[in-house]
Design a binder for this molecule. Structure first.
Ligand code: URA
Length: 287
């Protein structure tokens, strides 16, 4: 993007355009002048790969019979481009149609959008069935996940695996991901700017998978996704709605390791999820 503004404003605009691009929004209205509203595509931002060409055809303004009076234009206008067949801004708002998890992973790239990239070993994008009916969302990778590039593979992850198996499922049947994809230092909670940078990817993952049910693991994931300051115990185990999906928050497996009696509450929550998905309790094998 050519420099047209003070550097700090330029940076803010670039960050905001990158955020929209991460959400899959690539067309913007601008120039409400006498020629009407036109659509422009933001110029690609260097660190974001945009594999799908959105703008296919440049439409030049129709010649008018009278030559327009010469105007002094201090700044060259952005190119006039429209996409004749592509999605409108409103169709793409918040949802990119038919994206695969692979496309989204490619877009994420070797991400440096927030400061968490500085301390990470591996990006932990997510793992499991891209068509899962059930998605678990945790807070962010810990040390084991950061080392392996896979979500929930440490102690808390082993407990999550047991919980999934108790539901009669296997890890490969569900999809598991986190609010942020890089490990926060010292396992602290992700900070708002980190969540803001990463959230488009979580939204796109969920929109791509289209699960019947999302289970938020722990207060951070639940409060972040639901944008609430209420304590998790106030809404744990309740059915909520988020972007057209049924969502339930329950305690994080790491909390259960510290507080095993809370496992009973989580099991109640997971039984509601099983009922919603039409799952039966696995039969005990006869010994
Ligand atoms: N805790 C989380 O919230 N996510 C992980 O992937 C691992 C531990």
């Amino acid at each position: 993007m050519p420099e047209r503004f003070p550097a700090s404003l330029q940076q803010k605009i670039e960050d905001r355009l990158r955020y929209y691009e991460d959400l899959g929004i690539r067309l913007f209205y601008t120039d409400r002048g006498p020629g009407g509203t036109t659509l422009v595509a933001p110029e690609p931002i260097a660190s974001v790969s945009s594999s799908a060409p959105i703008i296919e055809e440049t439409v030049l303004p129709k010649p008018t019979t009278k030559p327009a009076p010469a105007k002094v234009a201090p700044v060259a206008p952005p190119p006039l481009v429209v996409h004749p067949t592509g999605p409108s801004l409103f169709e793409t708002m918040g949802k990119v149609k038919d994206e695969t998890l692979l496309n989204i992973r490619e877009d994420l790239g070797d991400c440096t959008r927030c400061k968490l990239h500085k301390g990470r070993n591996k990006i932990v994008f997510g793992d499991g069935n891209p068509k899962a009916e059930l998605v678990f969302v945790g807070e962010g990778p810990g040390a084991d996940e950061d080392a392996q590039g896979l979500p929930f593979v440490g102690r808390a992850g082993k407990l999550l695996t047991q919980m999934i198996e108790a539901m009669g499922l296997q890890r490969k049947d569900v999809y598991i991901c986190n609010v942020v994809k890089c490990r926060p230092p010292e396992n602290r909670a992700p900070e708002p700017d980190e969540v803001t940078a990463c959230s488009p990817f979580l939204i796109r993952q969920i929109d791509s998978i289209r699960p019947k049910v999302i289970v938020c693991l722990g207060a951070t994931a639940a409060k972040t996704i639901l944008n609430t300051t209420r304590g998790i115990s106030q809404f744990r185990g309740e059915w909520l709605e988020w972007r057209g999906h049924k969502l339930m928050a329950t305690y994080h497996p790491a909390y259960l390791l510290r507080n095993p009696p809370a496992k009973a509450d989580v099991w109640k929550d997971l039984q509601k999820v099983m009922a919603e998905l039409g799952l039966q309790l696995p039969k005990k094998s006869k010994s």
